[in-house]
Ligand binder design. Structure first.
Ligand SMILES: [Zn+2]
Length: 235
């Protein structure tokens, strides 16, 4: 397949690039740890060995406890695929792709310290919710839990300059998602232990409703957020 984005580089390298593509480098590895098998594929060897080793190490350090703590029946075989054609950061797909983490190597080249993106994506495999982005499985909560978990299980979030926010900005709400919801979950979990596990298992079983927050914490979701927002400095 043609990759227009790589064309200028190929032109610049001229015949050298042709020779290189004739014997295209490829890296594939299989690693096992804690009853989990990881298949790592980088068809164009786009990620340097040092970053690759940290990704693999981070995967096991994050996925094994995430799986044990939230969903011990989560997949025991996982794929990490480095895909230069993917222009986002990283994602976990649905159905046959539900145990595959796809990573854009250009992102890692620009942010080599961000290997804990794997910690967030690995949680999506553990989540394994039957749906995404609807009333039963709200996208903001799915992503908020994955960032809550990145904060809790991350190997070196500081290397990426990544942290949950400690202030509130205008316009933010419980459903802002990602780190904003992750920080709200962390604060709520500290006051109402077991909340995140309760939400996670309800999302997996199809039993999630907003009333679950009230049942577990004694506050409606908007009231709990209001309390949280009052406790934090404006940023
Ligand atoms: Zn995500």
């Amino acid at each position: 397949m043609t990759r227009p984005a790589l064309l200028p580089l190929s032109l610049a390298l001229g015949s050298l690039a042709l020779i290189a593509s004739a014997s295209a480098p490829a890296f594939e590895a299989e690693r096992q740890q804690g009853g989990v098998t990881l298949h790592y594929q980088d068809a164009s060897e786009a990620v340097p060995a040092a970053v690759r080793d940290r990704i693999i190490e981070t995967f096991f350090k994050a996925y094994l406890p995430e799986r044990q703590d939230f969903h011990p029946a989560a997949p025991t075989t996982v794929n990490i695929v480095i895909d230069p054609d993917y222009d986002g950061v990283a994602y976990v797909g649905e159905k046959s792709q539900a145990a595959t983490i796809t990573i854009n190597p250009a992102w890692l080249a620009k942010h080599p310290g961000d290997t804990d993106l794997v910690t967030h994506e690995a949680m999506h495999i553990v989540q394994g919710y039957p749906e995404y982005a609807n009333e039963r499985v709200p996208g903001w909560l799915v992503e908020g839990i994955a960032d809550y978990v990145r904060d809790r299980y991350g190997v070196d979030n500081a290397a990426a300059g990544w942290a949950l926010p400690t202030t509130i900005k205008d316009g933010q709400n419980f459903d802002t998602g990602y780190r904003v919801t992750g920080a709200f979950l962390k604060w709520s979990e500290a006051r109402h232990p077991g909340l995140v596990k309760t939400l996670d298992s309800a999302l997996r079983s199809g039993g999630y409703t907003p009333q679950l927050w009230q049942k577990h914490t004694g506050h409606t979701l908007p009231a709990l957020w209001a309390e949280y927002a009052k406790a934090l400095p404006r940023g």
